[in-house]
Design a protein around this ligand. Structure first.
Ligand SMILES: [Zn+2]
Length: 387
């Protein structure tokens, strides 16, 4: 059944051949969705016939957001840690162990139910495609379990056995790296990606190179958490290995930005983490000026960014990372798609998946201009209306 959306006051297609600027902006537009895909785009007064036609009354429409970095499946929460941090104690990454304990102790049913609630919240903020990582199991069986559960609630799944060295391996790190590259990786065969947390208190450059190389040999795509807490040289490794995306990048040099741009590595910024850890925000304008492709993601996790709103991420990116609204919306949709190396989402060109968000606002600018407001009026995923 085909569906025609008419009366779109402002449409961002993210396809420069369909409208103005990199966001492909049009006004008084119409959009035809058919068999789960975008079938036609044009002016409302030139729209073709369809089985069902719906006038959105001048509202703005954007491509569904692509959240390319979440840790969606976990047990418990770390509200006390957040409160302590807000009271002045620094975050050092050590709190991950408490989530590992809570996650290992939780049942499949409880983990899935909680993850589905979070996915629902993300959807309410306009997310139509999302990635989720393991990383709170840190044993062969529990990592395999988290990957299996993640595949039930996420569209892309990432193996993050190298999140931190678990407590029981503290005195024998090499053995843990060996386990990640061996038995744990074998059980991660169904995942799309492998990721490493390369930072102070987590893994070093050589360990990350070993783990990512093993993942590549096993057929997984590469991603990297790096430069969140300190600069250990992770950007150079990301460029050397040609990872799809280097995420966080709170602390980067101009040389690092050149490496990312030249290697075509996406920089995924997660301002929810800076917000929740009261850290300085990366200046996205620096990245863009150097020609780096920027994605925005929630980094939804219980420790450092318990954020289930992409519209909040957009508002933070505009206000704190100095992005223009257009750049932020592009990065939260097309940018996330590039970070996941997907061509069918993050834009509304003909043939793209019909992942469409109708805003309760006449202009896309409202996403950053009215932070905290619930501005998603309707959401279509693969052409199906979710709400
Ligand atoms: Zn993360």
């Amino acid at each position: 059944m085909s569906l025609l959306l008419t009366g779109i006051g402002e449409l961002l297609t993210n396809d420069p051949s369909l409208g103005a600027g990199r966001v492909g902006r049009r006004h008084d537009a119409a959009l035809l969705l058919d068999e789960g895909r975008v079938a036609w785009i044009g002016d409302t007064n030139a729209a073709p016939a369809a089985d069902v036609s719906h006038d959105v009354g001048g509202r703005a429409v954007v491509p569904g957001f692509v959240d390319s970095h979440t840790h969606l499946v976990f047990g418990g929460d770390r509200a006390d840690e957040f409160a302590a941090r807000m009271a002045g104690e620094p975050y050092d990454g050590g709190g991950i162990a408490s989530t590992v304990r809570a996650t290992r102790a939780a049942s499949d049913e409880d983990l899935l139910a909680a993850a589905r609630v979070r996915r629902g919240e993300l959807e309410r903020s306009g997310v139509t495609w999302l990635e989720a990582k393991s990383g709170y199991g840190l044993s062969v069986d529990s990592e395999a379990r988290l990957l299996r559960l993640s595949a039930e609630v996420a569209d892309d799944v990432t193996f993050l056995g190298a999140h931190v060295v678990p407590e029981e391996y503290r005195a024998r790190r090499e053995e843990y790296v060996h386990l990640v590259c061996g038995e744990m990786l074998e059980r991660a065969a169904g995942a799309n990606w492998i990721d490493v947390f390369l930072d102070r208190g987590a893994f070093g450059v050589e360990e990350a190179r070993t783990i990512l190389s093993a993942g590549r040999a096993a057929g997984l795509g590469l991603r990297l958490h790096t430069n969140q807490l300190a600069d250990l040289g992770g950007v150079r490794l990301a460029a050397e290995l040609g990872v799809a995306s280097a995420d966080h990048l709170t602390h980067v040099s101009d040389e690092d930005l050149g490496l990312l741009a030249d290697a075509g590595v996406v920089a995924t910024l997660v301002p929810g983490a800076e917000f929740s850890t009261r850290s300085p925000y990366p200046d996205a304008r620096r990245f863009l000026a150097r020609g780096v492709t920027v994605a925005l993601a929630t980094d939804c996790n219980p420790g450092t960014s318990y954020l289930t709103s992409m519209t909040m991420v957009i508002a933070l990116a505009v206000r704190e990372c100095r992005m223009s609204v257009d750049d932020a919306v592009w990065s939260a949709s097309a940018g996330g798609a590039v970070a996941l190396q997907r061509r069918d989402v993050g834009h509304l060109g003909v043939g793209a998946r019909a992942d469409v968000v109708v805003l309760d606002a006449p202009r896309v600018t409202h996403l950053a201009y009215r932070p905290g407001a619930s501005l998603v009026h309707a959401l279509y995923r693969g052409g199906e209306r979710r709400f």
